[in-house]
Ligand binder design. Sequence first.
Ligand SMILES: CC(C)(COP(=O)(O)OP(=O)(O)OC[C@H]1O[C@@H](n2cnc3c(N)ncnc32)[C@H](O)[C@@H]1OP(=O)(O)O)[C@@H](O)C(=O)NCCC(=O)NCCS
Length: 348
Amino acid sequence: MYSIQPVDTPEFTDIHWRKLYGLLRELKRKHKSYCADRSPGEFRKRLLKSLSAEPHYYHSCVFEGTAVVGWINLHVRNQGTQDQLVYAHLDVAPEMIPNRLAGTLARWVLGYLEEYAAPEFYLPVWRTGLMAMAESWYGEFIACCDNNVLHRADANRDLIAKWLRDLPAANPGLRLVFTDDIDDDLFEPYVALFQQGLYDMPEEVESGMSRKLDPDELKRTIRAERETGVIMHQALILDSHNRLVGVSDVLVNRKNPGEIHQLMTAVERSRRGSGLAKWLKAAMFDYLEREVEGFESLNTWMRAINEPIQAINKKMGFVVERTGREYKIPRAGIEAFLEKGPAQTPGE
Ligand SMILES: CC(C)(COP(=O)(O)OP(=O)(O)OC[C@H]1O[C@@H](n2cnc3c(N)ncnc32)[C@H](O)[C@@H]1OP(=O)(O)O)[C@@H](O)C(=O)NCCC(=O)NCCS
C-alpha cells in the first residue's frame, strides 16, 4: 500500500507537488521539520533545479495510496572513488512511524546502495520514531546534532556589539569583508578552508565517514541556488597578504528572507582561539540586520559535541530548537532488516 515515486518525472504532477508541499508545511508546523518556506511553485523550481544540477542526487515522495505521507532523498558524493559518501534525508508523517513504512523505505535505499556498490549510508533524523527506525535497520549512532536558531529579537546585542568593537582591534592585520558572489581567485582558498573545517568537526563515535568536498559540486550548488534566487553571502577574514583565514556563510532566499540558513563557520587551524569565529558570526548577524529586509531568524545545524561553536552560539542568543541523531547504516543492516526483521534494541 506504500509506494515511492521520484519527483522529477512527468508522472509527478502539479497535484503531487501541492500535496508534497502541504506535507512539508504540516511537518514544519508540528515538528519544526525542515521546509523551504516559500510557495509550492518556488519549492518545485528549486528542488528540480538542484536535482538537474547534481547527477547523483535523488528525491522521491512516499505515498500511501494517493496520499503523500513523506519524502526521502539520497545524495552520492565523490561517486566511484574511495571518498564516496552516500547520505540520505527523510521525513514522514508522524503517524507512519516507527515501523509501518520501514520496509518500503529500506528497499528504496537498498536499490541505490547496490547501484553504487556502497557498503553503508549516513542518515540524520530528528524524531524519536525515525531514530527507532534507523536503529531497527541496524544503524550505528555517530553523533547528536542540534538545530540552533537565533531569533533576531532574542539576540544578545550588547555582546555582539562588544565583539564587533573589540575583536578587530585584538586582531590587527586582519580585515573582514563581505561578498555575495565570491571571486574566482578566492574560491579555491574558500574550498580549502571549508574542507579543513569539515575535517576538524568532532564526532562522538569515529565513523570513517568521508568528508571530502567536491569543489565542482559546491560551485554547481551555489550556482543552482543563485539561479532560483537563493544567494550565498559570506563574511571572509583575510590577512595582510590577502590569505583567507576565516569564513562564515549563509543562504538568503531573496523571495523569503525571514529564515536564513547559516552553513559553515571555519577558522584556519593556526588562528583558532583568537576570537575570529566570534567576529565572523557577530559581523554576519550585523550585516544581515543591515542588508536583508525581512530577516527574522538565523538557523544552523551542528553537532552537540562541537563545544567552541556551541559556546559562541549560546552567548549570541541561539537556542536549540531540535536535537537529532546521525546514524551510519550498513548495507548488511538493511539486508538483515529485510530478511530477518528489525534489530533488537537493548532492553527488548
Ligand atoms: C569552531 C571554530 C570556527 C571556532 O573558531 P575560533 O576562532 O577558534 O573561535 P573563537 O576564538 O572566536 O571562540 C571560541 C570560543 O569557544 C570557547 N571554547 C573553545 N573550546 C571550548 C570548549 N571545549 N568548551 C567550551 N567552550 C569552548 C572559547 O572559550 C571561546 O569563547 P570565549 O573566548 O568567549 O571564552 C573553529 O574551531 C573551527 O574552524 N572548527 C572547525 C570547523 C567547525 O567545527 N565549525 C563549526 C561548525 S559549522
